[in-house]
Ligand binder design. Structure first.
Ligand SMILES: CC(C)(COP(=O)(O)OP(=O)(O)OC[C@H]1O[C@@H](n2cnc3c(N)ncnc32)[C@H](O)[C@@H]1OP(=O)(O)O)[C@@H](O)C(=O)NCCC(=O)NCCS
Length: 157
């Protein structure tokens, strides 16, 4: 990956609106309606205990990861996507690693997430970074789409 940077989106960022618009466009393209946060993305982001990192090439958003820490014990990866034309170049891995580091600074013990088992690239990426399958959650996304719940534990001293 060349000429890219990792950026943390803050509510007071000058380009908040433009970045959120771009992410919502990607969200609509990548995820089916019932799985997409497109409609509620801005509200989700404004919630306390929510964070978003994105990778940027030139002025463009290449990919993003959203995470939250509902309690002091665990965090969740709530979204991860890379634009089609930037896939396979390390953005997804860099984003996930950066989100894990952010979560670690909060002293939590576990990061969990849900993923459709048919999303092979995502499954491989999560396993590569140490996530393990916890259980299959039936009808998680819709009546005919299940999810694996996955988790990554770390020691906190
Ligand atoms: C999953 C996703 C974010 C990966 O992003 P990416 O930038 O293409 O991934 P990277 O280039 O960083 O690849 C990192 C690892 O992911 C896995 N991976 C990525 N693309 C893959 C593919 N096409 N097939 C199999 N594994 C793949 C590999 O383990 C890879 O490591 P390697 O290069 O050592 O083999 C991207 O494919 C995506 O946006 N998919 C659609 C949305 C999605 O499924 N999001 C997850 C929802 S839970």
């Amino acid at each position: 990956m060349t000429n890219w940077e990792m950026v943390e989106l803050h509510r007071n960022s000058g380009d908040w609106e433009k970045v959120v618009e771009e992410i919502v466009r990607i969200e609509k393209r990548v995820f089916p309606k019932h799985e997409s946060l497109a409609k509620s993305f801005e509200e989700e982001l404004k919630k306390k205990n929510n964070g978003l990192l994105y990778s940027k090439i030139g002025g463009e958003v290449a990919g993003y990861v959203m995470y939250s820490w509902p309690s002091s014990l665990y965090a969740s990866i709530t979204k991860l996507a890379v634009k089609e034309n930037y896939r396979g170049q390390g953005h997804g891995e860099a984003l996930l690693k950066a989100a894990i580091e952010k979560c670690k600074t909060r002293n939590i013990h576990r990061i969990s997430l849900h993923v459709d088992p048919s999303r092979i690239a995502a499954m491989n990426l999560y396993k590569k970074l140490g996530f393990q399958v916890d259980s299959l959650v039936e009808c998680y996304y819709s009546s005919d789409r299940n999810a694996y719940r996955m988790y990554l534990d770390f020691d906190t001293d």
